[in-house]
Design a binder for this molecule. Structure first.
Ligand code: HEM
Length: 495
């Protein structure tokens, strides 16, 4: 602990503006805003904060509400693994308790306490979480992977004949929703409207409340049906668990699981596919068999965790973290994005993290994500099957034209346009089969076409773009063929 480091909610008399004043310490050395013009690039801001403050930095949320952001890997782990010091129950957060944060604060949906396992602690947390994890444990992995494969096949069928697609809106945002509706026991609710409603509710647009109601109505109907007649699905196991969840608790946990799974897994799929399409090394290693799809997914979880930060953890007593004095009632952002880039564990960011799963993407401690195997399975099977079906897929715009929508909590790729040689549909109940692409495709580059190689708007050229600096690796053919068959067999066995 540094004796003179400021506390965020310090009420001691100190020179300068009073605590809580927006001008308090703003600028050099003081808390930085995580919103507005200064926070256009949060990744860059976190690195500046790291240089300035070390592993824990004071920041300001909307309306200049003070918070700490935890930037160090070890400090983030300490935060989530110390339930005696920090809780997820926001009702003890000083700015909320003293009325500084009003009910209409823009981040209230993230902050407001709710009767769900993410905000509970101790015995109540164990009661609610036990129901969720027991219901998850009843999901058969082999069946799960078959569902993922079947939905992936169906989604690829919907665009494979066109030779063009947006892998965010036509794939990454659909696959997790389809799989989650199946797991929860409402496959009939999966459609474009449900995907759009979930996306809308999370974006916080003007129609967010209406969209949220649409999703909640479906979950209420499901809860009522399963309460009356349980079947063998996640919702039925939640309803009948000895923890005795009320209908409200069942509905709220279905909402938590559906939204957490949808948003995080859609981000993971989009990030992993973007990485494969734009980083030549990845595609080459995957094709050459030096890297498996699960390893590529794990690298993406290190580099771009689907949740950049998690709101929030709150100090139960005065303590110290990363040299900062933390006061009882202070709020802290658990931050996987900067935590995963901590130079103490990753001095060289370009070095592969292959075989190392100690990233923070799924949190840790008592609240560690219980759905991580499901999220990983959706990403592994989905990306693998898509790449097998569209082996010649490539980005359909210059990489610089990709853009992201960012918030403090996450960073979404807006669109991932791709093109490929049109291909026939396949039976969704069979494993994906690679389709031979014309021989000249072997000259296609790995990664992004350079701006001058991107065809102007209009009909797609019948000949491929010229060979680029990084040719598609044709040399290690035997290894590649073995890789395909092994993946096919693994998929078929449900491994
Ligand atoms: C790539 C996909 C996913 C990522 C990156 C992810 C990440 C996270 C993170 C960071 C947390 C908070 C941990 C903390 O508070 O310390 C969390 C909690 C949670 N996640 Fe996930 N998640 C993913 C997929 C899923 C899926 C598929 C499900 C359900 C099937 C799920 C269900 C939950 C639940 C219920 C919690 C609350 C646990 C608790 O508070 O005890 N997640 N997840």
């Amino acid at each position: 602990m540094t004796p003179d480091s400021p506390s965020l909610t310090d009420t001691d008399p100190t020179p300068g503006p009073p605590p809580g004043c927006p001008a308090h310490g703003l600028g050099a050395g003081g808390p930085q805003r995580l919103y507005g013009p200064d926070a256009q690039d949060l990744g860059d801001l976190y690195e500046r904060l790291r240089a300035q403050h070390g592993t824990v930095a004071p920041v300001l949320l909307h309306e200049d509400v003070p918070m700490w952001v935890v930037l160090g890997h070890a400090e983030n782990l300490h935060l989530v693994r110390s339930p005696s010091l920090y809780t997820r129950d926001s009702r003890i957060w000083s700015p909320l308790a003293d009325g500084t944060v009003k009910p209409d604060h823009p981040l209230m949906p993230h902050i407001a306490w709710q009767p769900i396992c993410s905000h509970a602690e101790g015995d109540e947390h164990q009661r609610l979480r036990a129901a969720v994890t027991s219901a998850m444990a009843t999901i058969d992995q082999r069946t799960l992977r078959r569902h993922i494969g079947r939905y992936t096949q169906g989604l690829v069928n919907s665009f494979c004949e066109r030779g063009r697609a947006d892998l965010v809106s036509q794939f990454a945002e659909h696959l997790p929703m389809a799989v989650m509706c199946e797991i929860l026991g409402m496959p009939e609710e999966y459609n474009d409207r449900m995907v759009q409603a979930a996306r809308d509710a999370l974006k916080g647009t003007e129609t967010a409340i209406q969209s949220h109601t649409y999703v909640m109505d479906a979950l209420s109907r499901l809860t009522t049906r399963r309460r009356a007649r349980p079947e063998d699905d996640f919702t039925s196991h939640l309803v009948t668990h000895p923890a005795g969840l009320s209908d409200d608790e069942v509905r709220e946990h279905l909402r938590l699981v559906l939204f957490a799974a949808y948003e995080a897994t859609a981000n993971l799929l989009a990030n992993a596919l973007r990485m494969v399409l734009t980083e030549p090394g990845f595609r080459a290693q995957l094709s050459g068999g030096q890297m498996t799809v699960p390893e590529a997914i794990e690298q993406s979880l290190w580099d771009e965790p689907p949740f950049s930060t998690v709101f929030g953890y709150y100090a139960k007593q005065d303590t110290e973290l990363g040299g900062q004095r933390i006061r009882k009632g202070d709020g802290l952002l658990f931050a996987p994005a900067p935590g995963n880039l901590d130079p103490r564990i990753r001095p060289d960011l370009s070095a592969s993290m292959q075989g190392n799963r100690s990233h923070l993407a799924f949190g840790g401690g008592p609240h560690e994500c219980p759905g991580q195997d499901i999220g990983r399975a959706i990403a592994d099977v989905g990306v693998d099957a898509l790449l097998m079906r569209l082996s010649d897929v490539q980005l359909d715009c210059p990489e610089e034209e990709l853009h992201w929508r960012s918030s403090i909590a996450s960073r979404h790729l807006v669109a991932l346009p791709v093109r490929f040689e049109p291909k026939p549909q396949q039976d969704v109940n069979l494993p994906p089969r690679p389709v031979a692409v014309p021989a000249q495709r072997s000259t296609w580059q790995v990664g992004t076409p350079r701006a001058e190689q991107v065809p102007a708007a209009g009909p797609r050229p019948s000949t491929p773009p010229p060979a680029a600096a990084e040719p598609y690796p044709t040399a290690p053919r035997p290894a590649r063929r073995r890789g395909v068959w092994r993946r096919l067999l693994d998929w078929w066995r449900g491994e």
